[in-house]
Every structure is written in C-alpha cells, then in structure tokens.
Ligand binder design. Sequence first.
Ligand SMILES: *[C@@H]1O[C@H](CO)[C@@H](O)[C@H](O)[C@H]1NC(C)=O
Ligand SMILES: *[C@@H]1O[C@H](CO)[C@@H](O)[C@H](O)[C@H]1NC(C)=O
Ligand SMILES: *[C@@H]1O[C@H](CO)[C@@H](O)[C@H](O)[C@H]1NC(C)=O
Length: 435
Amino acid sequence: MASTSTVTTLTIFSLLLFFINLTTSQQISTVDSECTDRWIHIRTLPSRFNLDLLSTCNHYPLTDDLCPYLSNHGLGPKTHTRTRSWYRTDPLLLELIFHRRILEYPCLTPDPNLATAVYLPYYAGIDSLRYLYGPDVNSSADHGSDLLSFLKQDSPEIWARRSGQDHFLVMARPAWDFSQPLTVDPPIWGTSFLERPEFFNLTALTLESRFWPWQEQAVPYPTSFHPHSLPFLESWIRRVRRSRRTSLMLFAGGGGTSSTPNIRRSIRMECTSTNVTVTESEIKTCDFVDCSNGICEHDPIRFMRPMLQASFCLQPPGDTPTRKATFDGIIAGCIPVFFEDQTAKMQYTWHLPEEDFREFSVTIAKEDVVFRGVRIADVLMSIPREEVARMREKVIEMMPRVMYRRHGASIGLMSKKDAVDIAIDGVLDKINSRV
Ligand SMILES: *[C@@H]1O[C@H](CO)[C@@H](O)[C@H](O)[C@H]1NC(C)=O
Ligand SMILES: *[C@@H]1O[C@H](CO)[C@@H](O)[C@H](O)[C@H]1NC(C)=O
Ligand SMILES: *[C@@H]1O[C@H](CO)[C@@H](O)[C@H](O)[C@H]1NC(C)=O
C-alpha cells in the first residue's frame, strides 16, 4: 500500500513538472497559414482542476483504483516491458491522455485573442467521482460551479468573448453521468454539469453522447493500442491482414445471465449452445470470451488474441448503448456487428462517418434476434466471402481514425490522423461554423 502511494505521488509529481515546463513554453511553432482558423489556446487552470485531482485516484472504492493507470501520461503501464505501443489503458483517463496530446498540436497560441478555440484542461470525469461515488453525492448539482466562477472571475473576457461557444473540454465518461436535471432532489444518478445553462454553449467530448443533439460529441474509447511509429503501425496492420480467422464471430463481454430476454442473453445462448461448434472448414461458429466481473478491463491479451482470430465481433449494448470493445475489435480487424444504431452510428459521427457504416459493419436489429428467432450466425454466414474481405479492409482503413497514438510519436505516424486529430478537427469545424 505504502509503495503504491509513493509511486502515485512520483507519477503525479513528474506530470506536474512536465506540464509546468510545457505551459511556460507554449509557443508558436508552425507556418501561420496552416493555422488560419485553427489556433487553439490552452486555458491555464489552477491545479485543483486537473493535477490535484489525480491524487484522489484511490479514494473511491466503487471504482477501480485508478492509480496504477496514471503512468505514461494516462496510457497506463505497458503490457510488457519491451513494448512501446501496448498499454493497460483505462478509458477514464482520456482527460489526461488528451491533455498530453494537445500539447503537441502545432497551432497552439498563448494569446487567447488569436485563438479559434479555447481548450479547458479540466479533468471533469475524475472530478465527478466525488459526486458519483464519494462524499458529495448529495450536492451533484454543484459540479461545475467552481469552474464557472473561475472562468467568470479570472480574465473574464476570455469566456465572455463568445459566451463559451469557443470553449471545449474532455469528459471521459458517458454524457448521462453529467446530465442529471438540476431540479431532481434527491439526485438519482450523475452530476448536472451538462445541464447548467451557462455551459450549454461549450463543446464537451464524451465517451458517449445523449441521443438528441446537445453540447457533447462522442469520441472513441481509448483502447490499449498506442503505436509510436509508422513502421510499427504498418507491421501491426500486416499482422491483422494475415491473421487466420478461425471463428466466424466472437463475443467478449459479460452479462446475459439473467432470465429476462435481452440481446446479451440471446448472444450467450447462441454462443454456448452445443449446436454452434460446427466445422465445415474448421471454423468455429462462435467464440465466447467471458469478461464478467471486469476481468478483461486492463488485460488486453485476453480479448485481443481471440479478436484477431474472429471475422466478426458482436457489439451488443449493455448498461449503456456504447462499448469500448467496438474499438478493440476495429484495432484487431474484426468486423463489428451492431444491434442498435445508438451503439456507434449515432455516436461517433466524426470518427466513423455514418455513410461508411454499411461498408465496415453489419447491423442486425436486436428485436429480430431476441423476439423473432433470427440466428446471428445465419445472417453472418450468408455474407459472401469477398464481401467479408472487403469489409475487413474497410475496418483496417478506419483503424488509425479510432486509435490514440502515443504522445511523442514519430513524424511519419503523425501524417495519419488519429482520434485526437479528428476530434480537434471536429471541434474547430463546429466552432468555425458558428461564427
Ligand atoms: C445523502 O442523502 C441521503 C438521504 O438524505 C443520506 O441518507 C446519505 O447519508 C447522504 N449521503 C452523504 C454522503 O451525505
Ligand atoms: C450562447 O451563445 C449565444 C450566442 O453567442 C448567446 O446569445 C447566449 O447567451 C449564450 N448562452 C449562454 C447560456 O451563455
Ligand atoms: C441445430 O442446427 C441445425 C442445422 O442448422 C438446425 O436445424 C437445428 O434446429 C439446430 N438446433 C437447435 C437446438 O438450435
């Protein structure tokens, strides 16, 4: 216990030094013309809004102890000592990962007046833990009031310039966790950050958005794959292409054990029934990787290997409609099978363009499976081989768009837009379109 907290203190301390060095040298480094309408100013916030919050990483027993995952600027510990590209990443730390990555953005300006967008390096999701699971559970409507008073008091002209329309931040949880109506008393679940009218104009990058158009935009869950160079990414893609796909479909996840009909239960039944281990060409119909009780969460080897060996990865909704596994599967070249549009199509409109969905994914309505007896395997088996091959190529084409490359990556890899680059493009487009 003592050694864990020492390591955590050291991690936080080194982050602190790093950010202090970088913020003081926030400078203009690129040809101006490339940055027209693209300048971003990083708002300097007191450390209580970001780094101080990291020291609470083991305060909330209902969530995992986050402390081990703070290392490597939020990418987490490496999966094994020699890798430079695979980490035990916790998606909750996207706020930290994004903060580190935006420091490499070529069009940063210390002058807010020159900036198109203002980034708030506030670790909103980590701060929300005290409201969701901690001592402030009964005052969750307060989430955001401290930030708001800071923005209105410290250089208030920056916030006032466009009533917050040019401000954005990352909130690394589903938006539902931040959209408790202000008037619900006692609170049911979540904080009211996104329900505060003062914040209606800003843009929040969340892991899952609400279904109606609102101020948030969903961005991909970070996976464990954070390549550091273009040759490494290319060799991974070769491996994904060559991989022998010995199962038709795979489900990696938990749930589905209750007796009420739902899509996870149907998948579990279909995948564990004796009928499915057919072999015609030595192909298993369904591979079931049981991830119950969170055992797969920081252990990518458990599911990445099977995903490399499956043609299709089933992505049913769970507690919320979206799943991190959608992105793990894409990294493995496993074609996603969705059961409702809320899982991805209505969410990741910047990263996974809606018009491409038919080319890289399959959608089977969950009602057809749960209530109308449609067998998923039958649907997938009826897709011609050549089409499956085409879809897999399209999945591989999507891969760079949903991955978060490692900070400090080689110049070659920077030529491929990754999830952060696309999120920044999206924010700037949104802000510019409102001018
Ligand atoms: C929150 O309010 C409920 C109901 O009034 C109470 O039972 C609970 O102890 C409170 N929790 C905290 C952490 O104050
Ligand atoms: C949102 O922005 C518009 C346009 O600048 C402004 O009129 C409005 O007052 C802003 N809303 C809030 C809550 O600040
Ligand atoms: C097993 O598979 C065969 C052939 O596809 C099918 O006719 C039969 O109904 C299946 N049995 C069950 C219990 O699903």
